[in-house]
Design a protein around this ligand. Structure first.
Ligand code: NAI
Ligand code: MG
Length: 367
């Protein structure tokens, strides 16, 4: 069996390249200490690609993404490109790559590291040990449904969008959710608004049908308004949650902030499985390009490093190595090191580079 993993790295803009350099360290370490062979290609996306090619995502980069086993992305955008026409803005590159790769399942973990429990605005006992996974459908629903627009009807302007899901669209995200639940705590909560929206009546029906193939998973359903309340009241009642594009957009940001630290949050977006069970996949931190701190070596690299750990777990079936990286992150934080964004009284403030180097030292101690 070949151990070569083809990874496309797209550092992007702002702090993207800075945090990506720290991931590179981790990849080098894995190659040396764990005999993992990464075949790394680097590419341009977003503003960096606009500067070079007047195009936020070239066909070459897209072809590299399609040929890779997994893509790791930093972040795109920044004030330099704010005045660009809408269809060649940096963010268009990101939307295009997600669409072309068919990434319909967005995985957003909300995990509270013990050492950072104080960073949450919620009480310690509510969030301590929190570890939930939100699955957001990413390519359907109201953000894409037709018809859409703003038009005048009988002299009055109307704005409208369409919330539509087909059975196959619901089924494929439901299958990812049940698979995920099987690998975790075997509990899945599907979030909808089936008391009001027919589209989510169908959603609930399809989820129920898929559930028959996963008898070990305990399935529950919740209306989205209640889910929002429960997420802040008692988030630990959840393990895996699955929901529509718009509900997931809102709930995943809400869940993310239970942890209180944007610089710590990874994400993954997965596409359909091929005949060998391999999925197209893109991994990226939840945060943006942070132009306010770019170039100062103070950004937190841990969100991108944790995104890389997700890559190991979900694209390469290397869950043990993913856990190793997550443990090293725990230990670096326990040791009192903090980048500025997660700084707490009595801790040691470190740069992006020192955080990356210290993580490698912790990895060394773990093996
Ligand atoms: P942002 O996430 O870039 O920054 C929000 C705040 O959090 C800033 O104060 C920033 O300094 C801080 N921050 C973010 N990541 C950090 C890290 N790793 N370490 C320390 N501090 C961190 O969001 P914002 O300011 O709304 O957007 C800035 C640019 O990024 C815009 O051009 C926006 O379009 C783009 N963006 C790109 C995303 C992506 O590539 N996926 C996602 C969100 C925004
Ligand atoms: Mg959002």
């Amino acid at each position: 069996m070949s151990t070569t993993k083809k990874v496309l790295m797209l550092p992007g803009d702002g702090i993207g390249p800075e945090v990506m350099r720290q991931v590179q360290r981790v990849m080098d370490w894995m190659a040396k200490k764990r005999s993992v062979n990464f075949e790394i290609t680097e590419g341009l996306i977003g503003g960096a690609s606009i500067d070079a090619h007047k195009n936020p995502l070239t066909d070459e980069t897209l072809a590299d993404a399609m040929a890779a086993d997994a893509v790791l992305l930093g972040a795109v955008g920044g004030p330099k490109w704010d005045d660009m026409p809408f269809d060649i803005k940096p963010e268009r590159g990101l939307l295009k790559i997600r669409k072309e790769m068919g990434l319909f399942a967005n995985l957003r973990p909300a995990l509270v590291f013990d050492a950072l429990v104080g960073a949450s605005t919620l009480k310690e006992d509510v969030v301590k040990g929190l570890d939930i996974m939100i699955l957001r459908e990413l390519t359907g629903g109201i953000y894409f449904g037709q018809p859409r627009g703003i038009e005048e009807r009988d002299g009055v302007r109307h704005g409208f969008n369409t919330l539509v899901y087909s059975e196959p669209e619901v089924e494929r995200i439901a299958r990812v959710a049940f698979d995920m639940a099987m690998k975790r705590d075997k509990r899945l909560c599907s979030v909808d608004k089936a008391n009001v929206l027919e589209s989510t009546v169908l959603w609930r029906e399809v989820v129920e049908r898929v559930a028959k193939d996963f008898p070990e998973v305990e399935l529950s359903h919740m209306y989205v308004d209640n889910a929002a309340m429960q997420l802040v009241r008692n988030p630990k009642q959840f393990d895996v949650m699955v929901t529509t594009n718009m509900f997931g957009d809102i709930l995943s940001d809400c869940a993310a902030m239970l942890t209180g630290s944007l610089g710590m949050l990874p994400s993954a977006s997965l596409g359909a499985a091929d005949a060998n069970g391999a999925r197209k996949a893109l991994y990226e931190p939840v945060h943006g390009s942070a132009p306010d701190i770019a170039g100062q070596d103070i950004a937190n690299p841990l969100a991108t490093i944790l995104s890389f750990a997700m890559m190991l777990r979900y694209s390469f079936d290397m869950g043990d190595d993913a856990t190793l990286i997550e443990d090293a992150v725990q230990n670096v934080l326990k040791g009192g090191l903090r980048t500025a964004d997660i700084m707490q009284p009595g801790m040691a403030k470190v740069s992006t580079t020192v955080m990356g180097e210290s993580l490698i030292s912790e990895l060394d101690k773990l093996v």
